[in-house]
Design a binder for this molecule. Structure first.
Ligand code: IMP
Length: 220
C-alpha cells in the first residue's frame, strides 16, 4: 500500500470483491471493503433499479463511515433477458426467492426460457457503479455487455449466472473463461473503465487522509 494513494471504500463486506476492483484499477488506488474498515452493518438494497440500489448503498456507507475524507464506491449488477422483459434485472440475486443459491437462480432462468429459441435468448449484463466523493459529488456510470443465455450450463469457473451467459464478442460463457479473461471483457470491467477517468480527475486535485488510520494487511 502506498500512503499517498487515494483510498476508496467499497460498499461490500467482501474483501475479495475489493481486491478484484483494485486489480481492475491497475493498483492505482487502495480499495478496501467495509469489513476491512470495521463496518459490519447490512446495507439496504430496496431500489427499483440497479442504479437506485448502487446510489442507495453509496449514501448509506457515506453515513456509516463518519469520515469526511473517505471516497465511497458502490456497485450493483443485474442480468437482463429480453424474452423475459428484462427479468431477472434488479432481482438477479434473489430471482428464485430470498436466500437462494446461484444454482437455484440458474435453474429458474433455464426453466423460464425452456421454450425460447436460441436466437431469441438475447440478454445483457449491466453493472452500475456510483462514486461519492467527500465533497458529496455523486457520479454514476454503467457498463453493459451484450450476450445470450445458453440452453444448458457451460463451463466451470466463475459464479452466479456465469455458466449461462454467453458473452457476444467471444461466443463463450463467462464460466468458460479464466478469471483474467472474464475481467478483460466483463460488465464490471466496462463500468470500471468508465469510472477511471473520473477517479483520475478527482485524485489529481484531492488526496484523502483515511489511509494513515487503518492497517490493511493484504493491500500491498
Ligand atoms: P451484485 O450486485 O454484484 O451483488 O450482483 C447481483 C447478482 O447478479 C449476483 O447475486 C449474481 O447472481 C449476479 N451477478 C453479478 N455479477 C455477476 C457476474 O459477473 N457473473 C454472473 N452473475 C453475476
Amino acid at each position: 500500500m502506498k500512503l499517498d494513494q487515494l483510498t476508496i471504500v467499497l460498499a461490500t463486506q467482501n474483501p475479495n470483491k475489493a481486491r478484484e476492483i483494485q486489480e481492475m484499477l491497475d493498483g492505482a488506488y487502495n480499495v478496501v471493503s467495509m469489513e476491512e474498515m470495521g463496518i459490519h452493518d447490512e446495507l439496504v438494497e430496496n431500489g427499483k433499479t440497479i442504479e437506485e440500489n448502487s446510489e442507495l448503498k453509496a449514501r448509506q456507507l457515506r453515513n456509516l463511515l463518519h469520515d469526511p475524507n473517505a471516497v465511497v464506491m458502490a456497485d450493483d449488477t443485474g442480468l437482463y433477458v429480453d424474452a423475459l422483459d428484462g427479468a431477472p434485472g434488479v432481482f438477479s440475486a434473489r430471482y428464485a426467492g430470498d436466500d437462494v443459491s446461484y444454482e437455484q437462480n440458474n435453474e429458474k432462468l433455464l426453466k423460464e426460457l425452456k421454450d425460447v429459441k436460441p436466437e431469441d435468448r438475447t440478454a445483457e449484463f449491466k453493472t452500475c457503479i456510483t462514486l461519492l466523493t467527500p465533497e458529496s459529488d455523486l457520479i454514476t456510470v454503467t457498463g453493459t455487455v451484450p450476450g445470450s443465455i445458453t440452453e444448458s450450463r457451460k463451463g466451470a469457473s466463475g459464479f452466479g449466472y456465469d455458466p449461462l451467459f454467453i458473452e457476444k464478442s467471444t461466443g463463450r460463457t463467462y464460466a468458460e473463461m479464466t478469471e483474467d479473461e472474464k475481467n478483460q471483457v466483463s460488465h464490471r470491467k466496462e463500468a470500471i473503465s468508465r469510472i477511471v477517468p473520473l477517479l483520475e480527475q478527482y485524485s489529481r486535485h484531492k488526496t484523502n487522509k483515511i489511509l494513515a488510520s487503518y492497517t490493511i494487511a493484504d493491500n500491498k
